[in-house]
Design a protein around this ligand. Structure first.
Ligand code: ADP
Length: 351
């Protein structure tokens, strides 16, 4: 069931078009990550859904209720939208204990219900043992769980998370991401997560919406976004991608590393083929690439290779084989799907 529907939403600040005609849908129990570089409009879009900003155009429906519709002059204020917020800095009340912080959102329910709900959320977020502590007595991860528990206490259908892992030690982030995703899925809450971290978006979300200059570039599952990016920007921003030159003829792209089937709808002529690092493997003989750089990453070595055309590609070697700089290695491509972008920069056609 669709819980959040954003239709043709735009927002301008004087000369800056921060959000341009965006459409999004989030189903119950799903996490949508809004992923983009700094200044791309992620926070503005989140604030428009929350009701902290008024759009210039478009409408938003939350849980079947229109909360803003510019054409029909509908406006529901933030506090009446049934939306929980988790902010980057957690925004906890320092003079209240953990339990009091969580109880804060439950002012309208009776005492017994409040106590029961606070206990339930402290248990869910594994904070029961900290209930009487003040926020300065907590670790970053615990503070974040309090912020989440407080946002979830009134049973919102929707939770909006604004870069919620930024304040955490990088070592703690993967565990907290799993923890937060587990809790949201357990409760069936629809969530929108703002992040500039592609690992976080791909790892946590059911759907990823990549935004650039206020425009949604692509919305899809993490696998769609990674393996079938529809623009060169998405290909570059999400995961590591190399591009080698090629020439499309009919439904085939010819490159120095072989020919590959591609969409017949691509215009014939110069094009570039997208290559993820893991698609490149060594082989006994063939086109030789020259090792230009090597980086030891622990479980693997990342090699930067230069092809005869001058294009560079990367290869992840998991074997202990050590190739010195200048070494020549024959390579082949094992592409799970062929993603080609016309040289003109027009629409690409994943095959
Ligand atoms: P992100 O969250 O992706 O970093 P933002 O949504 O914060 O991006 O900003 C998008 C654009 O809108 C930026 O160019 C930013 O400078 C501008 N912007 C955001 N908020 C305001 C504001 N209150 N007044 C003027 N410009 C703003």
């Amino acid at each position: 069931m669709v819980i959040i529907e954003v239709k043709g939403i735009s927002k301008r600040y004087k000369k800056t078009a921060a959000v341009k005609s965006c459409d999004l849908q989030v189903a119950s129990g799903n996490i949508l990550a809004l992923l983009g570089p700094s200044g791309s409009g992620k926070t503005t879009l989140l604030r428009l859904i929350a009701g902290f900003e008024k759009p210039d155009q478009g409408r938003i429906v939350i849980n079947g209720r229109t909360v803003v519709d510019v054409d029909r002059s509908v406006w529901v204020p933030a506090e009446d939208r049934g939306v929980g917020m988790v902010f980057q800095d957690y925004a906890l009340f320092p003079h209240l204990t953990v339990a009091q912080n969580v109880r804060f959102g439950l002012r309208n329910s009776d005492r017994a219900e409040r106590r029961r709900r606070v206990e339930e959320l402290l248990k869910l977020t594994e904070l029961t043992h900290c209930a009487e502590r003040y926020t300065h007595q907590l670790s970053g991860g615990q503070q974040q769980r309090v912020a989440l528990a407080r946002a979830l206490a009134p049973r919102p259908g929707v939770v909006l998370l604004d870069e919620p892992f930024n304040g955490l030690d990088p070592d703690l982030r993967p565990q907290m991401r799993r923890e937060v995703a587990r809790i949201l899925r357990h409760l069936g809450t629809a969530a929108v997560l703002v992040t500039h971290d592609q690992e976080e978006a791909l790892g946590m979300a059911d759907q990823v919406a990549v935004i650039r200059n206020g425009e949604l570039q692509q919305v899809g599952t993490p696998e769609d976004i990674y393996y079938s990016p529809t623009t060169a920007f998405v290909a570059n921003f999400v995961g590591q991608a190399d591009f080698i030159p090629g020439r499309v003829l009919g439904s085939i792209i010819h490159t120095e590393l072989g020919i590959f089937p591609c969409s017949a709808e691509l215009p014939s002529g110069p094009a570039k083929l997208m290559i993820r690092h893991e698609a490149v493997t060594p082989k006994p003989a063939g086109v030789l690439a020259t090792v230009e750089e090597r980086e030891f990453l622990g479980g693997e070595i990342l090699y930067r290779l230069r092809l005869p055309s001058g294009a560079t590609i990367h290869l992840e070697q998991r074997q202990p084989a050590h190739w010195p700089l200048g070494h020549q290695v024959a390579v082949e491509l094992n592409l799970p799907n062929v993603v080609v972008f016309p040289e003109s920069g027009s629409k690409p056609e994943p095959h």
